[in-house]
Design a protein around this ligand. Sequence first.
Ligand code: C2O
Ligand code: CU
Length: 425
Amino acid sequence: GIGDDGRGGGHEGHAGPAATGGRSVDSLTEPSPEPADVRVELVAREEPFRLASGEEVEGYTLNGTSPGPEIRAELGQLVEVRLVNESVPAGVTLHWHGLDVPNAADGVAGVTQDAVPVGGSFTYRFRADQAGTFWYHSHQVSHVQVLRGLLGALVVTPPGGVGATDALALVHLYGGTRTVNGRSGETRVTAAPGERVRVRVVNTDNGPMSAWVPGKPFRVLAVDGTDVHEPGEVRDEAVVVTGGARVDLEVVAPARIDLGGASVVVGEQAPPAAPRPASALDLLTYGAPAPLGFDPAAATRSFDYVIGRSPGFLDGYPGMWWTINGHMYPDVPMYMVAEGDVVRMRLENRSGEGHPMHLHGHHAVVLSRDGVPATGSPWWVDSLEVGDGETYEIAFVADNPGVWTDHCHNLPHAVEGLVAHLMYE
Ligand code: C2O
Ligand code: CU
């Protein structure tokens, strides 16, 4: 019926029974939804705005700003976000990147909902059932709308907090300027000398970024919203943060986190910026194996996802388009699974360029890269950089029924066909 179904999400158009005061038959029989613990309204507009550091940007805002408001919830809380489209002509949606929400709340225009037109609204409801760092963004004409501002951070904390000062560092490029929390140059976090600070780095850019701390050791606490138990302390190495990915770092004040053109200064008298070290942290080679909670050797489905590139026509336009297993979008067969399947997927990149691959609705564990098994702390990802010529094997449990998008998060590549779908039978 019309109105909120209390589970995944609900639509309110500008016409229909809800708007005219009538009620549908369904809504009379449905139990009224459980009240949410966290309620947010986000109003999307097309309008110029100023970054915190002063530059003007032609783009889109959420509640008048970009990035939009940081949404925070505690583990287990029910979150309700009402999206209102005031003036985004192409329509808008919100996707909760990295949080495995129910399919109806996934926010993919044309797959799980229609884009919300100007004057319309849509209510997303989901349980914050994983503590970690996530983000949200429009999933309608994403290569334009995300780039120009329809995004924000979503942080889920364990009850009682993280036991350290908790700071956000959402990185975004506005017209070529790299910003942290909408500010170019330096972003400051207040901290007393010796204080431990957890900095949640969110890379919302199309390409990979390296994060590192000049002159001081630091720890990697989590990747893509999941805690890692190794590598422990790191010094003079950079962490690669894939497009769309998140990495939580722990530093002791004073420190500077260099994010390639922008930085986070924690406490007073942080060391100056310095050139980044040559080596990049390789999460595959640290630590001892730890239990996954399922057995990837007992896979009930195995798929290939081979990325290539070939000449052809897309929507009637000639060009060099991405292919998946030799097929061009939209002729890429769906990956079919049944609930409870243990799924293995081999991602092979033969396309001449690297791709930050993003799977909706599930977290996958990395099993190997180029045949070398991962031996570290389990490395759970929703966004994985697959370099040109590389092959990754990943595995996940099919535990979230629906139709899920699995695409390149270099968003122009998704428009150029690097999109597949996972569907439950
Ligand atoms: Cu961050 Cu399909 O998106
Ligand atoms: Cu790509």
